[in-house]
Design a protein around this ligand. Structure first.
Ligand code: GUN
Length: 295
């Protein structure tokens, strides 16, 4: 017996089709503005993919590429211009920013109604208060995949491993919104394996390659692995490969369902960003959010 592999790539593709259907039903085309500062190769790939999928789903993509030496005031002026541009529905500032730029200060400038990353204090506050708002993309993708596997999540015990601002904390609040009983475990948690073994849904998000072992997993549990870690390949010396926070192959034998890395949570982030862009456009322009985007 072996657990089901959760195909995040397929789910993300389906979600992008739903976004495209939603876009077709709107009175006009939403616009996503992406700001990239510097030449970080990984960020360049992310931004290129975002632009590609934005256009593929029928939306407009604006790209602002600034040199690594850009000063904070110039970047903030750009964000303010995008805030005021009535054509722009979503603003995303690609992270990490080059050294010398304070990402907290820059993110704080994004208007909450255009905060498609869900990273501003206003968005975090709305999530925490249970008010409507734009939710962070990767944690939303985790909830979607868990719901797709398990259906109603009410009463399930969700253990989120990690308490980062980007994933752990918002994931815990989003699973709480689904009426889960939520535990946030972290580096100071006593007997981490025992806490993880309590989970019906285990969400490791710590960025430690293959830290979660198969005997940390309750038989039949749903495992949503957020980790994306680059490690040296044993098979191909000199090459690297991607692994999650979970030791996948032995864990798959114990879990009821589990996301692979790559191909699990990763592809969900951009799909949820596109969904947020449509939601942001609808909220700001007073349109109904198309029900194809429900999950
Ligand atoms: N860098 C890597 N992932 C992300 C993301 O989801 N949002 C932003 N703004 N930057 C990123």
């Amino acid at each position: 017996m072996s657990g089901t592999k959760i195909d995040g790539k397929a789910y993300a593709e389906n979600l992008r089709h739903r976004v495209a259907d939603a876009v077709k039903s709107l009175p006009s085309q939403p616009t996503l503005a992406v700001v990239l500062v510097g030449e970080d190769p990984a960020s360049q790939v992310y931004v290129a993919n975002k632009a590609k999928f934005t256009v593929e789903t029928g939306m407009r993509s604006l790209e602002h590429k600034l040199p690594a030496q850009t000063d904070e005031d110039t970047l903030i002026r750009l964000v303010r211009t995008l805030n005021e541009d009535p054509e722009v529905d979503g603003i995303l500032v690609q992270l990490p920013l080059p050294k010398g730029l304070n990402s907290d200060r820059v993110i704080a400038e994004i208007h909450p109604d255009k905060d498609v990353d869900g990273l501003t204090e206003a968005s975090a506050g709305r999530l925490s208060l249970g008010k409507p708002g734009l939710r962070p993309c990767t944690p939303t993708g985790c909830v979607m995949l868990a719901k797709d596997q398990l259906g109603d999540l009410s009463g399930k015990h969700c253990v989120v491993l990690g308490r980062s601002i980007l994933v752990g904390k918002p994931a815990a609040l989003l699973f709480l919104e689904q009426n889960c009983t939520v535990t946030i475990a972290h580096s100071r948690t006593k007997d981490l394996p025992a806490v993880c073994r309590e989970a019906d849904i285990l969400v490791p998000a710590v960025g430690r390659p293959q830290m979660v072992q198969s005997d940390w997993i309750k038989p039949g549990a749903c495992v949503i692995d957020v980790g994306i870690n680059r490690v040296d390949s044993l098979k191909n010396p000199g090459k690297t490969r991607l692994v999650g926070d979970v030791n996948y192959l032995p864990s798959k034998k114990i879990a009821g369902s589990i996301t692979p890395v790559p191909g699990g949570v990763g592809p969900m982030t951009i799909a949820c960003l596109l969904r947020n862009t449509v939601i942001a456009a609808c909220m700001r322009r007073d349109w109904d959010v198309p029900s194809v985007l429900d999950f």
